[in-house]
Write a protein of this length. Structure first.
Ligand SMILES: [Zn+2]
Length: 301
């Protein structure tokens, strides 16, 4: 009797999180074609070279179903999101700066961390992001305000609520509303990452290398019943997964070295990625060597 009651309970316990975050799995599949853009995304999901330390360029080799071989070399894998988000960044900066005038004496608002300038952003874009998760600061769509009273920095207080209220009045989102880790100095241009990538799907590419980290974080909280703390992660994962459904992927299980890859040569300061659409495998360089995987397509679990 107890067991009968427990089973549905356990089922509920284990299935909720997964249903919400819509896990995706790479199902083995033959790819009839693979355009260079999809190829880049496929690699990006496996990218473990975040800092791009000594990577001068990436070499993408595609062996087509008819056996013909094509090569593309690219210097950077990042989408030109500075261009893509330019008007959003401008509009955020205008709103951010207008808040300075809306905080009145004896208080004074200063920004400690603001939008990175174009040069820093380009450097960042070229290098890839740090190993930390992506924040709106990376996109120039967030700022951290510090409020002073007669020259003395205030860590908290009602004035931050006013600041938050005024930020929201002009269409910004306030860190004081963050669930679990309120950040009363922080303001950003979008509600969360999911709403950013829903508007600009190309930006999702920047999130792909961090997907596993977001997933671990999300399920860790779900397992201890703190799902409400990670709603933004859940929305982000759901949005990322939905965007990739049916798109090409490299299946997670490594496969043995295929004989046809014996002439594959890796060059220094280069990351080589190869897709063999005749034999349905992908080679992805990791460090000084790499691994072979079956080709597949993402399916929502
Ligand atoms: Zn911040």
């Amino acid at each position: 009797m107890i067991l009968i009651c427990l089973i549905p309970l356990l089922w509920l316990f284990f299935s909720f999180g997964e249903v919400d975050a819509k896990l995706r799995i790479c199902e083995p599949a033959k790819l009839e074609s693979l355009d260079w853009e999809e190829f880049k995304w496929l690699y990006k999901q496996q990218d473990s070279t975040f800092s791009g330390d000594s990577v001068a360029h990436y070499v993408f080799i595609r062996i087509n179903p008819d056996g013909s071989r094509e090569t593309r070399e690219v210097a950077a894998l990042h989408q030109p999101w500075t261009d893509l988000l330019a008007s959003e960044i401008d509009s955020f900066e205008v709103k951010r700066d207008s808040l300075i005038k809306r905080i009145h004496s004896p208080y004074r608002l200063k920004y400690t961390s603001t939008t990175r300038n174009k040069k820093q952003q380009l450097a960042l874009q070229k290098k890839g992001f740090s190993k930390a998760f992506i924040s709106f600061h990376n996109f120039g769509l967030a700022a951290d305000g510090a409020i002073y009273r007669k020259g003395r920095y205030l860590k908290r207080g009602m004035i931050y609520d006013q600041y938050g209220y005024k930020a929201k009045e002009i269409g910004l989102y306030w860190g004081g509303d963050f669930v679990g880790f309120p950040d009363p100095g922080h303001i950003q241009a979008f509600l969360n990452s999911a709403s950013l990538i829903q508007k600009y799907p190309e930006v999702a590419l920047e999130y792909e290398p961090f997907k596993n980290a977001y997933e671990r974080n999300y399920f860790k909280k779900v397992d201890i019943g703190k799902e409400e703390l990670v709603e933004d992660s859940r929305d982000l994962l759901t949005a990322l997964n939905k965007l990739r459904e049916n798109k090409p992927c490299a299946c997670s299980q490594a496969i043995p070295f295929p004989a046809s890859a014996s002439n594959l040569q890796l060059k220094p300061y280069t990351i080589t990625v190869l897709a063999n659409l005749q034999e349905n495998y992908i080679f992805i360089q990791k460090g000084s060597y790499g691994y072979f995987y079956s080709t597949g397509r993402w399916k929502l679990d």
